[in-house]
Design a protein around this ligand. Structure first.
Ligand code: MN
Length: 738
């Protein structure tokens, strides 16, 4: 029995208060047994964690209590999940065993805790994140609560990440961005997804985050006034129609505003729809659709809509369960305002996703969107052949994306991930239909097999018995199912062909009276193939001259290759000179607090970091240490998959370093003078060197890429500002990544 460490009185009160708040946050019905279980779990966890503290110094037990509360309050989970959440770290971190949990709380709780423990172990081991992710998903199909509690756990850790070292913050943020945010989206937990993204951005791009947060704060009052002005006439009309509703207006998330700033190349002040107005109706299930469209009609009577922005997820819900009717209208002062129309039920599903969905299960007659999604996950998991990274990519393309709705010739609707092709459709219907596919008709017109499906397409597949997939088909599909079926078919084909080649070789070797097994690997090497199978199938295709074997010497059962009489091979041609820019003098960097000189390191080519950028070091498996910007899109992937290879890196000001940076310039083509004026400004006024300059114009517009040599980030900022003020220039931005 672990001794209970005496915590001071204040902390005891803190813990008890946290527990009481947790109990208050549980809204699902509970009986006496539930209450007792929660009490027991709490007491067990308090005792088990009594000697532990979090990095911040506070008693560890506050963490599981907080996680349990997130489960109850934000995910809407019930008592079983609360019990499991309270116990989620005890098996991993304390003397309590899984058997203890099983005997005290039964097999369901023990199973969930076991799943959570395994997820933790895999994270702490050195296995790549892709492998961990596969584990996350296998627990997901067993009991979704494991993943939901894991997300609550991650949420609490993200909210309290402050006391972690920087490199750990980055690794955790990257993994969250890569796995948990899309998973939250997929499970319909919009609030969680949004908060995950905001918290990640706060870590990876602090400056932009703070900037937008400050501006949102500054404009809060004027925004509130505007929303008020927008809502008043609407409210009046809705009340006159006798509808029961509430109406809210709230800002979009910092992350989504930032995305808009980046993708539309506008500044904060130019973003119109900083907020969405939501009309939430209180109507019986049967009248939902009709009521939503009635509100749409009222809204668009008051304000003029932009027809292209109408989105109807009431008639056809998203496959993560989301239901809502969206329109964008032109509000007072000509500003665009997005209006979301939905019912209380739809709103609860939108906010809480999966758990709320179950609450209404049976009420809806539409097919169960989660079940069909989970079926897809199961199918992908059962395909053990793909390696973990490939699996993760398949998963991300086929199961995280938005979807496209298409129809069979019989009129049945099928949902595929956005970006899926006609060939994907064939495989989705049936593996044989995919493998034998010869031609595809969309709306009765022949299209290439790689045609990207559009909403509403009617897809007809033509097949032939003699058709066989080939290597190039892998490029025509995006879904995991299609890819794995094609790969399997190709492998079988190769095995078959290999079998013929193998027999031929065996016969030849038998004639020479030597052993197959003793010589096979030598021959693979001799003929320059990568594997036996490659050699065998090359033999099948007559690509190997087996007459050469006659030149071999026979030594017992072995063949000895002829000693080469060919001239000594030429010196291997030198590697082509690296096209990447080499620093004249290495910039001074600290990696994990130590001078970087002791490492072989390079600045990453993808994001071209410059002194002053927020950076981190990444130890790649085959090309040494790379320095990336924390905002590098590739880096997110790397960090998420190999968080343990991330190291902290920081600049030390040094006099004479130089860096390459790419700027993207767009503008109105004002004749041949543009290039001259740009380069004039760069070299004379700014005193910077241009390494290269591409420019491409079309119908009065041009786009150019200028590579500059700078010595720090400030010079980039100066250059961008100076170029922006030139006549005919519309935008100047730094290239985020190549
Ligand atoms: Mn935890």
């Amino acid at each position: 029995m672990a001794e209970i460490q005496v915590v001071d009185k204040e902390e005891k009160l803190l813990i008890q208060r946290a527990y009481r708040d947790l109990l208050k946050s549980i809204h699902s019905p509970m009986d006496e047994e539930d209450r007792e279980n929660i009490r027991n779990a709490y007491e067990l966890a308090v005792e088990a964690h009594s000697k532990q503290r979090r990095k911040s110094g506070e008693p560890y037990i506050l963490h599981p209590i907080a996680v349990a509360r997130i489960c109850a309050e934000e995910v809407g989970l019930g008592p079983t999940a609360v019990v499991a959440a309270l116990l989620h770290d005890v098996v991993e971190d304390t003397d309590v065993s899984l058997e203890d949990i099983y005997s005290r709380f039964g097999d369901r709780v023990a199973m969930i805790v076991d799943g959570l423990t395994k997820l933790d172990r895999s994270y702490n081991s050195d296995s790549p994140q892709a492998e961990n992710f596969r584990k996350v998903l296998s627990t997901l199909v067993k009991d979704v609560r494991v993943v939901l509690i894991k997300m609550a756990d991650r949420m609490h850790n993200m909210r309290t990440l402050g006391s972690m070292p920087r490199h750990k913050q980055l690794a955790i943020a990257a993994e969250t961005n890569y796995i948990y945010a899309p998973l939250a989206h997929r499970l319909g937990l919009y609030n969680m997804k949004t908060e995950f993204q905001d918290l990640c951005m706060k870590i990876t791009d602090q400056a932009s985050y703070q900037d937008i947060a400050r501006k949102l704060q500054e404009t809060k009052a004027s925004r509130a006034t505007y929303i008020e002005k927008f809502i008043i006439p609407l409210k009046k009309e809705l009340e006159e129609a006798g509808l029961a509703f509430r109406i809210t207006g709230r800002p979009k998330s910092i992350h989504s505003i930032w995305n808009k700033i980046k993708s539309k190349e506008v500044i904060f002040e130019e973003i119109y729809d900083l907020f969405a107005v939501r009309v939430i109706l209180d109507v019986p299930r049967r009248q939902e659709k009709q009521a939503c469209w009635q509100v749409y009609s009222i809204v668009t009577d008051v304000y003029r809509p932009i027809p292209e922005r109408l989105k109807d997820w009431v008639t056809t819900p998203k496959s993560n369960g989301y239901e809502s009717l969206h329109t964008t209208v032109i509000g007072p002062d000509g500003r665009f305002v997005e209006v979301q129309i939905r019912t209380e039920r739809m709103d609860e599903i939108a906010e809480r996703g999966y758990a709320a969905h179950w609450k209404y299960k049976g009420v809806s007659d539409s097919p169960d969107v989660y079940e069909s999604w989970l079926d897809n996950v199961r199918e992908l998991l059962e395909n053990h052949e793909t390696d973990a990274i490939e699996f993760l990519n398949d998963f991300k393309t086929s199961l995280f994306n938005e979807e496209v709705y298409v129809y069979t010739p019989a009129g049945d609707m099928k949902i595929l991930p956005k970006g899926a092709t006609a060939l994907d459709f064939a495989f989705m219907i049936h593996t044989d239909l995919g493998l034998r596919c010869t031609a595809i008709k969309i709306n009765n017109r022949l299209v290439p097999m790689g045609y990207r499906l559009q909403n509403g397409d009617q897809v007809g597949v033509q097949t032939s018995k003699n058709q066989k997939p080939n290597e190039s088909w892998l490029k025509l599909v995006v879904t995991g199912k299609a890819r794995s079926k094609i790969r399997t078919a190709l492998r079988e084909e190769r095995n078959e062909q290999g079998a013929i080649g193998k027999e031929t070789l065996e016969r030849k070797l038998a004639q020479l009276k030597v052993d197959m097994e003793l010589n096979a690997d030598m021959l693979v090497k001799h003929f320059g193939y990568r594997s036996r199978l490659d050699l065998y199938s090359a033999i099948t295709h007559d690509e190997v001259n087996l007459l050469e074997l006659k030149k071999f010497k026979v030594d017992g059962l072995r063949l000895i290759p002829p000693t080469s009489e060919e001239p000594v091979k030429e010196e291997t041609t030198p590697e082509p000179a690296p096209t990447t820019f080499r620093r004249s003098t290495p910039p001074k960097l600290l990696i994990n607090g130590e001078p970087a000189d002791q490492y072989e390191y390079q600045l990453a080519n993808c994001c071209n970091p410059v002194m002053g950028d927020d950076v981190f070091a990444f130890l790649s498996s085959n090309s040494g240490m790379k320095i990336h910007r924390t905002t590098c899109p590739n880096a997110v992937n790397l960090m998420a998959n190999y968080g343990y290879r991330v190291m902290k890196a920081e600049w030390v000001q040094a006099g004479t370093s130089s860096f390459k940076v790419d700027l993207l310039v767009t503008g109105i083509d004002t004749g041949p003078g543009v290039i001259e004026r740009l380069s004039q400004r760069i070299s004379s006024t700014l005193g910077l060197n241009i390494r290269s300059f591409y420019i491409d114009g079309d119908e009065g517009f041009f786009e150019g890429k200028i590579s500059l040599i700078v010595s720090n980030k400030d010079q980039i900022v100066q250059a961008i500002q100076a170029l922006k003020t030139l006549d005919g220039i519309s935008s100047v931005t730094r290239v985020e990544a190549n």
